[in-house]
Design a protein around this ligand. Structure first.
Ligand code: SIN
Length: 331
């Protein structure tokens, strides 16, 4: 009788224990895939986001980071978001052509005078409206993130546009960027970020355009003898998710995640501002590549040759939007 009763008690305890185990919910896995190194503005933003989520949503959300294109290239990552294979990405604004043509405005050469103008435009009504242009295809733009202004590196010194004539440059997958290099008589080649170093090293291409932090972190400066400090265009990002994934998040998690992401982006933007100076200096100090500063006269020649590209894309991006972007140059 005593044995029977103890068995009953044991069984009850076991059932209760099992019940409580199954009641513990597994954390939501949030995979964040990007193509740059960890010591870049975007890499640091991702690390900050994970740290904030680990602290504030412990046990509820688990962020897994995949830097350096180890999971997906930028071409594939947007499809992967829609398939649910990853949950967060932040490709450059130059890589959304399949989803919206309006973002091509950010690629127009010499459109923004500085990052202050970029920030004003992105935060304006027009800029915020652009985040929604990807939603028809099931993506959800959660915010912009800065990297900075692009510079042109090459195997020969580029002082004026005539120096770039006949050279091959790697570009991101943007028709505006193709038109920009064609405008100076060069040949643009759309290639994934992961291939740039080898293309430069093997001299399959003559040059490329990128920000100081990308040129530094991916060691492009070790295989390019010259970098022209041109600030001719912008490389910024849109942080995106899939609308389906985002809507499927619990109501008590979604707003917290958005707040933490905004905090991480603000941190990434700070890193971007710092790195645009410190990584340029690190490249100069390395003496592996000569940094060319343009005179006003030389710079004006690049502007004169590249700016006509605006006209080619005005009908696609819209005159009103273009005017709003130009107006953001005024404080
Ligand atoms: C990035 O900054 O995400 C990559 C930019 C590039 O493809 O050049």
């Amino acid at each position: 009788m005593i044995i029977k009763q103890s068995l009953l008690t044991l069984t009850t305890v076991a059932v209760l224990a099992l019940g409580s185990v199954s009641a513990v919910a597994e954390p939501i896995i949030l995979k964040f895939s990007h193509v740059v190194a960890e010591n870049t503005p975007k890499g640091q933003m991702a690390i900050k986001f994970k740290a904030l989520v680990d602290e504030k949503l412990k046990g509820k959300v688990d962020v897994k980071l995949y830097p350096n294109g180890q999971l997906f290239s930028d071409k594939k990552v947007l499809e992967a978001l829609l398939l649910g294979d990853v949950h967060l990405a932040s490709p450059s604004l130059s890589k959304f052509k399949k989803y919206t043509k309006k973002l091509q405005i950010f690629d127009l050469p010499f459109l923004f005078q500085d990052m202050g103008a970029v920030e004003r435009f992105q935060q304006s009504e027009a800029g915020q409206g652009l985040l929604k242009t990807v939603s028809k295809k099931g993506l959800l733009g959660l915010g912009y993130m800065h990297n900075g202004m692009k510079q042109i590196s090459a195997s020969k010194p580029l002082h004026t546009p005539a120096d770039a004539k006949g050279l091959k440059f790697r570009i991101m997958s943007s028709d505006v960027l193709a038109a920009q290099f064609e405008a100076v008589g060069a040949t643009p080649l759309k290639k994934p970020y992961s291939e740039v170093f080898t293309l430069l090293q093997t001299k399959a291409i003559d040059g490329q355009e990128n920000t100081w932090s990308n040129i530094y972190s991916k060691k492009f400066y070790e295989v390019q003898e010259y970098i022209t400090s041109s600030d001719h265009g912008l490389l910024d990002y849109m942080v995106v998710t899939s609308a389906k994934f985002w809507k499927g998040l619990p109501d008590d998690v979604r707003p917290i995640l958005k707040r933490l992401l905004d905090e991480a982006i603000a941190h990434g933007n700070k890193v971007a501002a710092e790195k645009s100076k410190s990584d340029k200096q690190a490249i100069i100090d390395s003496k592996r590549s000569k940094v060319i500063e343009l005179s006003d006269k030389e710079r004006q020649q690049w502007v004169d040759m590249m700016k006509p590209v605006w006209k080619q894309f005005e009908a696609i991006v819209g005159k009103e939007l273009l005017d709003a972007a130009i107006a953001s140059n005024k404080k």
